[in-house]
Ligand binder design. Sequence first.
Ligand code: FMN
Length: 200
Amino acid sequence: MFIDAADLDPAATYRLLVGSVVPRPIAWVTTGRAPKPVNLAPFSSFAWVSQHPAMLGMTINTRASGPKDTARNIREDGQYVVNIARDDLMQKLHASSEWMDPEVGEAEALGLATSPSRVIDVPRLRDAPVSMECVYDRTIVFSPTGGEFIVGSVVGWHVDEAVLVDGRIDTELLRPLARLAGPRYTTLGTVTELPPVPGG
Ligand SMILES: Cc1cc2nc3c(=O)[nH]c(=O)nc-3n(C[C@H](O)[C@H](O)[C@H](O)COP(=O)(O)O)c2cc1C
């Protein structure tokens, strides 16, 4: 079956994207500098866009009523934390995507403890095995219906020593979660290690 992209409306395009680009890592983002509450939401249109400095990007869609709290807070405060969830936090991660009034902090409402960050003022999730403190860099808008691509630089890493082996993050200890299409998730499957490729 061939589908001409020109025949697709935004909803149909979105369905093909989220079904094709799978599984997606999830940025579980804390925002909100005191006195604001700690806002928490997951974003799976997430990737790194620079290795050094480490820079992360995610696409945040705009609601008909205006920007999502995450995008608004990042722009207002210039800082945020990208936390990586362990698979046992799946239910809470999913619940944190529910719309809540901006006055309500999802972290507290869901009973998730936070810890202060080191470099920035926005707290991180205490029980995430990895948290990356980020400083906002830029927003790129590629199209009128495509959302905003928000990019930040990682200025500090919190890595739980329990997931480190010889100074590297061990994925099987990290137990990351990934998103599929719709409200569907997956956990780490079989890991296969191949010999390195010369010059690769
Ligand atoms: C696993 C998962 C991934 C999501 N990824 C995105 C995304 O990449 N972009 C987006 O705009 N919304 C995404 N959402 C929806 C947001 O999490 C949701 O709109 C949330 O309420 C935004 O919260 P906020 O208003 O506090 O920022 C995702 C939801 C889930 C459950």
